[in-house]
Design a protein around this ligand. Sequence first.
Ligand SMILES: Nc1ncnc2c1ncn2[C@@H]1O[C@H](COP(=O)(O)OP(=O)(O)OP(=O)(O)O)[C@@H](O)[C@H]1O
Ligand SMILES: [Mg+2]
Length: 247
Amino acid sequence: MAVVSVINQKGGVAKTTTSLNVASNWAAMGKRVLLIDLDPQSSATKAVFGDQEFEKTIFDVVMNQCLIEDTIVHSDRFDFDVVPAEILLSGIDLQLAAHFGRETILRRKLEPILRRYDAILFDCSPSLGLMTVNALMASQDIIIPICPEYFSLKGIELILQTLQNIRTGLGYKVGVRGVVITRFRDRRIAKKVIEDVQEVYGLKVYSNYIPDNIAVEEAHHDHSPVHKYAPKCAAAKAYTSLAKELW
Ligand SMILES: Nc1ncnc2c1ncn2[C@@H]1O[C@H](COP(=O)(O)OP(=O)(O)OP(=O)(O)O)[C@@H](O)[C@H]1O
Ligand SMILES: [Mg+2]
């Protein structure tokens, strides 16, 4: 049973894309997978279900208005379960400012359903808010997607600092599984960044880089994982191989 956060405080690095496509490939491998959307923008929820509205979301769970079981929806297309998000989540930090134990709400809420799944993935928002801290406190480890460019290293530094703060401030050690290279284009700067991630930060970089490929974006619009939308494209194959590498 693995609980993993897909996280990077840098925006637009394919956290959501990677969560969706790794989760659906794991499902295709026969694993029971739950994807929990923690972003108020709800990109993962929308990519899977379009504009469908949900009576109960992760917001209600965290506000203690329902059980997590009551929010779970299955997607036949992606073949996994989802806990949807909604925009109200953007106000959660203020709502829970005086709440005792607010950093571990998700961990406690997840407890009763842990055994139902082989893997639970959190698609984190790009901010280091209370939901991201909750995801980290509920996870064994993290996967960091990066689009390799100069600023990627700053993002990694920030994440490692956050993990250190969680360790000293909240007494919990979150592991780093490794770094996923997304939107890869064969450029000198990309190679240099990947080298630095390995050598300067000592992190594992997965060998299956996800190439920049328009089919990935189109798959979101089609509400499909890319391995179903365009099975032959390089990005689809890369996500399938990456999912195996990550398991
Ligand atoms: N391999 C790829 N090739 C082409 N486009 C991609 C690829 N991966 C992601 N994208 C596109 O890049 C954009 C950002 O991706 P995504 O939403 O997954 O990033 P994110 O890190 O979750 O963003 P945010 O920080 O806003 O949550 C999306 O439009 C997505 O379709
Ligand atoms: Mg996202």
